[in-house]
Design a protein around this ligand. Structure first.
Ligand SMILES: Nc1ncnc2c1ncn2[C@@H]1O[C@H](COP(=O)(O)OP(=O)(O)O)[C@@H](O)[C@H]1O
Ligand SMILES: N[C@@H](CC(=O)OP(=O)(O)O)C(=O)O
Length: 551
């Protein structure tokens, strides 16, 4: 794309100046980037949850004076959830009770307090709060909350956080300009609640942000999560956590050097730290791995967000705004996989599973086609699949559907349709545990995983190896899932023997490739000794109550 390419070229050509950050330019590796926009810095709700946090984030931006960032912000803290709850309450509470809705008052108080504490004029958000109250009253009056209105309602979160932050940057002498994504060319499908960014977005966003920057440089502060439906012209949202996608879309549109997503954790971790606190940071990931783990439920990244970065070949860095010194996770197109067994364990709870057994004889063809035609007709999306000639097991993802009542209705529908050609068992409260890792090590992963699960007495109800070949998914009962994650993490990330086994395999492979390379052979036999020692020592250490990782 013309603009993206020229932005990069100009960036490499370099330039001087004190720049818009108002701080002296540090001479270093980034200095040749000159005065062009160079990175996207996206800060999630947890990073901008209060006035103090906004000050910290401004400090972070100032700490990199050689960078010219485009800033993307989410709504403050839990504002999106609060807006959704306020909307739901407004439907049933009556117009005169809207001002008493607890969530609405929490939102109002948080934003006013933030503005006050940052020393800004309340007028920065006054109109927004007014309009939001009117909207809640409108919902109360209509007694309904459509998907379209819901998107408009939640958009207030990002619209307010960006207005406050841009005003604060200007107040401290850093020239900034606020943008609503739906006004600068973020064109999406009209799938309210889960809209897709359309191709037309890239040139439009690049033209607007780049044009403004050239004319009158100011740090762009853009609303994450939001777009404009191409047919309806209404505000849309990109699915929960969609600000990551906003950031990568801008990165690709402008052909920037790097996309940074700042969170409240030290990067992408080996599992959800809320499930198992011993989770460790994964230093490197490929876009494919990151997509897979986001798709299978790791809340840390939006599932679609890697696509623009991959297409634009722009590295994504996941950083911790509470611990900026931590190196974080770097996500790129490729990485060295030889030493990788497993990258991350991901849990997706509350999954529904269908066991579908053909009522026809063995050898009938077209059964799978008919099953999937039914899913297609009903617009149901399938996560995992396992098949035999006469039966098929699939897992469905209810979180893709906004309204809870609709889920049961849709499930009843799909079962009714499938029962015309098969015997159907509906299994609810299941969980998918996805082991994201190196497919070349899938035997080792499965061997370890099943050993652990057998020891814990867990019955795996379905297994599927993803087509992308970086994911093995196991379906277990929801009630057993968290304990499984902990046991799997201990076995696959905290045991020396897995690592040693890998080293042995690598060295054996290397020595095999090098033919008669005696040094390699010798080294590999030393590892073998270490490996067998590990296998012998670890079980006995465990039975004595020692922690083998303390050796
Ligand atoms: N594998 C994982 N690695 C890191 N964080 C994870 C993982 N799985 C779940 N999480 C959760 O994701 C959260 C960060 O994502 P998110 O809430 O979207 O951040 P933000 O709102 O700051 O963008 C973490 O606080 C953590 O609880
Ligand atoms: N505020 C939106 C969009 C978003 O990306 O948020 P966060 O970056 O805090 O996950 C949400 O809560 O879904």
């Amino acid at each position: 794309m013309v603009v993206a390419g020229s932005t990069r070229r100009r960036a490499r050509e370099g330039g001087d100046g004190d720049g818009v950050l108002g701080a002296p330019v540090v001479r270093g590796p980034g200095a040749e980037l000159g005065d062009q926009l160079s990175v996207v810095m996206k800060f999630g709700g947890s990073s901008v949850s209060s006035a103090a946090r906004m000050e910290e984030v401004a400090g972070l931006i100032l700490a990199f004076p050689e960078e010219r960032p485009v800033v993307v912000l989410s709504a403050m803290g839990k504002t999106t959830n609060l807006l959704l709850l306020a909307g739901e309450k407004a439907v049933g509470c009556g117009v005169i009770h809207v001002s008493e809705i607890e969530e609405w008052n929490t939102i109002k108080d948080l934003h006013i307090k933030t503005v006050d504490e940052l020393g800004l004029q309340r007028s920065v958000i006054h109109d927004m709060l007014d309009e939001l109250e009117q909207l809640l009253k409108g919902i109360a009056m209509m007694k309904e909350l459509t998907l379209r209105t819901r998107d408009y309602l939640v958009s207030f979160g990002e619209c307010m956080s960006t207005r406050i932050f841009a005003a604060y940057l200007n107040k401290i002498g850093v020239k900034a300009r606020q943008y609503d994504a739906f006004d600068i060319g973020f064109i999406t499908t009209d799938d309210f609640g889960n809209a897709d960014v359309l191709e037309a977005t890239y040139p439009a966003v690049a033209k607007r942000l780049h044009g403004d920057w050239i004319r009158d440089p100011a740090i762009p502060v853009v609303t994450g999560f939001l777009g404009k439906g191409w047919k309806s012209g209404a505000v849309t949202t990109l699915g929960r956590g969609g600000s990551d996608l906003t950031a990568t879309t801008i990165g690709k549109a402008l052909g920037l050097r790097e996309i940074q997503v700042w969170k409240d954790v030290d990067g992408v971790l080996t599992c959800d730290p809320n499930i198992y606190p011993n989770a460790k940071t994964v230093p490197y990931l490929t876009f494919e791995e990151a997509t897979e783990l986001a798709y299978f439920g790791a809340q840390v990244l939006h599932p679609q967000s890697m696509r623009p970065a991959r297409e634009g070949d722009i590295p994504v860095r996941v950083k911790n705004s509470y611990n900026p010194k931590a190196p974080g996770t770097l996500i790129t197109n490729q990485r060295e996989m030889d030493k990788v067994v497993l990258t991350s364990i991901v849990l997706k709870s509350n999954v529904t599973m269908l066991d579908i057994v053909s009522t026809r004889m063995l050898g009938q063809f077209g059964f799978l086609a008919r099953v999937f035609a039914i899913f297609e007709d009903l617009g149901i999306s399938v996560d995992c699949v396992a098949t035999s000639e006469v039966s098929i097991s699939v897992s469905l993802d209810p979180s893709k559907i906004w309204s809870r009542e609709l889920i049961q209705q849709e499930l009843d529908n799909v079962v009714e349709e499938l029962e015309k050609i098969a015997i159907v068992h509906l299994l609810q409260q299941r969980a998918i545990i996805s082991l994201i890792g190196n497919v070349r090590r899938s035997s080792l992963i499965l061997e370890k995983a099943f050993h652990v699960l057998r020891k814990s007495g867990v019955n795996v109800q379905m297994i599927s190896q993803g087509a992308s070949k970086v994911n093995v998914s196991l379906i277990v009962h929801d009630s057993e899932a968290k304990a499984c994650i902990k046991a799997l993490h201990e076995a696959l990330f905290e045991d020396d023997d897995v690592l040693t086994q890998l080293e042995v395999e690598n060295l054996l492979m290397a020595s095999w490739n090098n033919g008669k390379d005696m040094v390699c052979m010798l080294r590999s036999s030393l590892y073998w000794v270490r490996y067998w020692k590990c296998l012998a020592v670890i079980p006995s250490a465990r039975s004595e109550g020692h922690d083998p990782s303390n050796k």
